[in-house]
Design a protein around this ligand. Sequence first.
Ligand SMILES: [Zn+2]
Length: 85
Amino acid sequence: MGKETYVCPYCDKAFTDSHEARKKHLAGRAHKANVKRWYDSVDAGAVRTKGGAWTPAPAVATPTLPPSLQPAPPTAFLISLAEWG
Ligand SMILES: [Zn+2]
């Protein structure tokens, strides 16, 4: 029986499976970033197909804000040039 290969589902990275190698990978910064990216994208509605391709999340709808927090209309800060004499 040969050495098993472990493929990290978050990183798509394959390496010889051993306790030390897996522990080192799971503690790595890149792996943690990929896990965070995965869960963030799942929260946003992204899906990953069996082939490994990502389907990006649909555009997030603008939340309904109270009037005091809504962005100003584009004309709110127009500077009107006064004609002086
Ligand atoms: Zn990983």
